[in-house]
Design a protein around this ligand. Sequence first.
Ligand code: B12
Ligand code: SF4
Length: 489
Amino acid sequence: MIILYNPPSSASRKPHLPMSLLAVASLLERKYEYEIIDGNLVDDPVARMIEIGKTKKVTAIGVTVMPGPQLNHAVPHSQRLKAALPDVPIVWGGYFPSQHDDTVLREDYVDFCVRSQGEQTFLELVRVLDKGGALSSIPGLSYKENRNIKKNPNRALIPLDDLPGWPYEKIPMPRYLHKQYLGNRVGTHNTSFGCPFACNFCAVVGMSNRRWLAESPARMARIVKFQHDRYGADAIQFHDMDFFISEPRTAEFAERISGLEMSWWALGRVDELMRYSEATWKKMKTSGLKMVFSGAESGSNELLKRMNKGGQATAELTLELAKRMKSFGIVPEFSFVMGNPPDPLEDIRATFAFIRRIKRVNPHTEVILYIYTPVPLEGTLYEEARAMGFKFPETLAEWVSGDWRKFSIRRDPHTPWINPRIKRAVRGFESVLNAYYPTVTDKKLTGFKRTVLRLLGGWRYHTRFYWLPLELRAFHKFFRYQRPETTGF
Ligand code: B12
Ligand code: SF4
């Protein structure tokens, strides 16, 4: 028996389709008995796993871990599991252990880390645990040997069309379809792994080493149709980091799903989207594309270069895209990475000014602000931060302590050049912006509430007085309106 565990991934415990585990499970199908346990759905998932462990022989417990709330749960839950089932190997996979395998394996309650794409690595590990064999022969695996940490070479990535489909029947799928802006029963999928670019703030770079592996349009359309026909999905969110890299793929996919009348949402680069022909944009629109999330990052071309944004990315293109999307009635969501050295305060001021320009071009644009938060990548700002004293925590206990919790959700970067004044300035601007331009995705914020919020934000926005908007925070506390920066993905 194998257990695949998805620790709660947000404070609200809203169930998100556990795609990482479905992917890992796809190769276990028909070879091993396994169960997927979602901590977002079960009251005491650890007790459930211990119960299984006491009645069946469990070969391994695989835990998926991304930074943030999921890591905060994965640590105490893995500790409890190890204490109750000391002989069952605990395997962490996903974004966090792929970046911090040393720190994870220093703890005695995690036995293995699977780095990057995990389907084949996990299958091979399970075989060795089950039947014996050499751990050193499994690419992509980090493990302990006589208290030393061993890291096997990286595994070559496997094209997604060569991997089996996901075993949706193993989880209660209807619980993962939600009502939101896109539709009443919104499904989820991820059609590609990695990204060919190397922006120097991005965790995806270390995961895929500039490779982009994508499902074919036929497979994408088949999966969307399946979620539509079997579970009644009327919209779909694609969580790929870079959905739009291939224009022919997008165009063919759009044609294939046009008859389904489903809305969809995806993430992609500004320059890629600006490269697309009018014909492809029309196809995307006809097929139901409602919203696109793009990393605009900065209004300064010099900073875009320093971030190694690559491609043709410029601030002018971002403005053009906002305009283009307006003409198609598709909503842009732009995220920004601010607070860069050498003058982080000037950087955020320039970004605020740029965002105001975008709002003039297309007021419906959603804006998400991040402060640059280091990821362990050589040759990037991380090294600059390190030279000035930045250090990642050395234990998982520290990672899940108060201060670093904020780091994981990109609210407090711990970089030497960011001070409380800069953080307050960002949060202040964010509150004012989201009050004056409430998100179009918040269906509940209507009528009187929306008008009051706009008035409250309006005078501050027009006078550029973003400092300590306590009245807006009080309004939010009372009415709980939606703010793009708190939803995250
Ligand atoms: C869906 C998602 C979420 C969901 C949660 C999903 C869940 N498990 O319940 C939600 C929306 C809750 C979420 C939240 C956050 N997320 Co998130 N999320 C994603 C997203 C878009 C997709 C993950 C996914 O399912 N991919 C598809 C699967 C198939 O790929 P995969 O996860 O990489 O899995 C493969 C391997 O990693 C590995 N693997 C993964 N798990 C396991 C487990 C085992 C046992 C094994 C063997 C292998 C393995 O094998 C899999 C198959 O090859 C990723 C970006 C991306 N596209 O990957 C960001 C991403 C992981 N999130 C990220 C972040 C930072 C967050 C937040 C913490 C912060 C934020 N503000 O964005 C928030 C928390 C917000 C909050 N306040 O609660 C970052 C992580 C950055 C980093 N430094 O590592 C990412 C990379 C986005 C980004 N580019 O910045 N997220
Ligand atoms: S284009 Fe996006 S996903 Fe790719 S490296 Fe840059 S920020 Fe990361």
